[in-house]
Structure formats: C-alpha cells, structure tokens
Design a protein around this ligand. Structure first.
Ligand code: SF4
Length: 206
C-alpha cells in the first residue's frame, strides 16, 4: 500500500495542559493569518493543522519567540494530568504542582525514546487514565500508587501496580528507575509493557 502524504502540523507542548493567555493570543493570530486548524490533543497539547511548507519556519519562529515549547524528538514526555485537588472535590493532590515537579526533575533528559507516556490522577477515579499509560500515578488515601506497562490502543492493557502507599519523592525515584530502564533496554521506541517481564525489570507487582 502506498503511504498517504499527510498534511503538516506543529505541536505546542503545554505543561499540565495549561495554555497561557498570551500564547493563546499568538496561536489565534497565527491560525487566522495562515488559515490553520487548532486541534486539542489527548496528550493535552495543542496541534496546529494544515501548515504549509512555505509557512512552517515563520510559524515555528513566532511560537518560539512567544515562549512556546514545540514537540520534537527525544523530549521527556509531559505528564497528562487530571484537574486535581484545586478544581475537583475528590482530588487529594495538586496535579499541576506534581506535574511541574516531575518536569523539573526530568526536563534535561535528552534522547527519550518515543512511545513513553506518563499520567497522574489525583484520586482513584483515574480521569487521566494512569492505569492504561506506560507510567501511571494515582493518589489514594495513604499516598500514591504507581503502575507500569499500561497502554491504550487497539488492545488496551492495565498496567502492573509496582508501588503503593508511597510519597511524592518516592514516586519521582520510581519514575527515574523506570526511565533509566526504558532508556537502556530500548533501541528506537518501545512501550513499557514490552519490557515489564524482562528479568532485569526493577520492580515486582505489589
Ligand atoms: S481523577 Fe479524581 S480528582 Fe482527578 S478529576 Fe477525576 S475525579 Fe477528580
């Protein structure tokens, strides 16, 4: 089958799914000027659609000048989060603050292989789908649970619980171990689910 030629798009990374008002204005102006679609992705980012080759560099420059971070190979994945304790009665943690803590710790990581995602929820309802994400973290009454190897797609899989009753610092250390393990065991790209039965996988089910 011949590969379809796809239209170009540019993805703006939005930590904690937040779009600063100033950036919103820039996105609006660019969309009007270059006739772009604006797509809200399931990863809580913004994707500008229908980018013409001749406009790509100018659009990217305007976005970067406005402080936007653009998606690119090797970047550490932004956690997908639920709205958290500030906006939901059931929430037990501030997911924005936790997401920022994760990014602060791992933002300088380079060469992160594709197909590696993180999700955080502030209660067991799991609105950000942590159980079907490579690394899923959810708050429960006695701390956090961490799941590894979940995935969505055509054959969804619930991750394996590898920690329970841990605090934020311990969650960060667990993420670090998983990221290191993923990096050393992965050539180009790999879902964590393919690695959790490796004899050297650093955690057991709890
Ligand atoms: S996971 Fe819990 S805290 Fe987060 S939005 Fe859903 S119900 Fe609210």
């Amino acid at each position: 089958m011949n590969k379809k030629k796809l239209k170009k798009s540019i993805t703006i990374l939005l930590p904690a799914g937040l779009l600063p008002a100033e950036l919103l204005t820039v996105v609006y102006d660019l969309a009007k000027r270059y006739n772009l679609g604006i797509y809200l992705s399931t990863a809580q980012n913004i994707r500008l659609l229908d980018v013409k080759d001749e406009n790509e560099a100018a659009i990217k420059k305007a976005l970067v000048d406005a402080g936007a971070e653009l998606k690119g190979p090797g970047k550490f994945p932004l956690p997908r989060i639920c709205v958290g304790s500030q906006y939901c009665q059931l929430g037990m943690v501030n997911t924005q603050a936790f997401s920022n803590r994760i990014l602060e710790r791992f933002k300088d990581r380079a060469n992160v292989k594709p197909k590696f995602k993180i999700a955080v929820s502030a209660c067991p309802a799991s609105c950000s789908n942590p159980l079907t994400t490579d690394i899923g973290v959810r708050a429960v009454r006695n701390g956090f649970e961490v799941y590894a190897g979940g995935k969505g797609g055509p054959k969804p899989k619930v991750g394996r619980r590898i920690a329970a009753g841990v605090d934020e610092e311990e969650v960060l250390n667990i993420i670090e171990s998983l990221v290191d393990f993923h990096a050393c065991k992965t050539g180009k790209k790999q879902r964590l689910v393919k690695l959790i039965d490796d004899p050297e996988f650093p955690f057991v089910a709890v």
